[in-house]
Design a protein around this ligand. Structure first.
Ligand code: GRF
Length: 203
């Protein structure tokens, strides 16, 4: 399976996927890292892993669609089959969503549909929930809103802080994301089924 990872930050999820591929636990190859922050830690990780990198600065472009068309051309040239968002801090527009509908994943640090958007762990703690978790879902045009592919739950204990929960969430993410990608590669998760599932509102 030919995949591209999109990330904006430290890239620990990128690393987990790259490590799983290197260890032979993943029938997938990372063909490209796409990063909107040229100085992000994930760029160095990609270089270390020998993964080609495409960085860009959004402000150099007149619109999101313009930089996404450039990205799409590279994805097509590299025959990327699956796009994996891993801490990519930008809204994805129709340009990429339509081209990769049903073939673009995101990982989010809450049990969606609870707590979409920024600071999901902080939102969950402020709300006082006793259970939170991690969701992997297909990307549609909305904010953390596409069909859900996999979830893992974790308990929040009385003494927990944002840092302690974030650490446990990351550990879960680093196992779950490679597992989901492998399940897609082997066909035990069928993306066509998830992509064709009617939404709750029946549309
Ligand atoms: C992860 O917690 C992911 O759920 C969220 O962004 C974070 C990325 O972390 N979407 P990292 O850059 O992979 O370390």
């Amino acid at each position: 399976l030919r995949i591209a990872v999109f990330a904006s930050g430290s890239g620990s999820n990128f690393q987990a996927i790259a490590d799983a591929a290197m260890a032979g636990r993943l029938d997938a190859r990372i063909e490209l890292l796409v990063c909107d922050r040229p100085k992000a830690g994930v760029v160095e990780r990609a270089k270390q892993a020998g993964v080609p990198v495409h960085t860009f600065r959004p402000k150099d472009y007149d619109s999101r669609e313009t930089y996404e068309r450039e990205i799409l051309a590279i994805l097509q040239q590299k025959q990327v089959e699956l796009v994996v968002l891993a801490g990519y801090m930008r809204i994805v527009t129709k340009v990429l969503v339509d081209a990769y509908w049903g073939r673009m994943l995101n990982i989010h640090p809450s049990l969606l549909p609870s707590f979409p958007g920024l600071d999901a762990i902080g939102q969950a703690l402020r709300h006082g929930v006793k259970v939170t978790g991690v969701t992997v879902h297909l990307v549609d045009g909305g904010l953390d809103s596409g069909p859900i592919l996999a979830q893992r739950a974790l308990d929040i204990a009385p003494g927990d802080t944002e840092a302690s929960v974030a650490e446990r969430i990351h550990r879960i993410e680093h196992r779950l994301y490679p597992e989901v990608i492998q399940a897609i590669a082997t066909g035990s998760i069928r993306l066509e089924d998830a992509a064709n599932k009617p939404k709750e509102d029946g549309t």
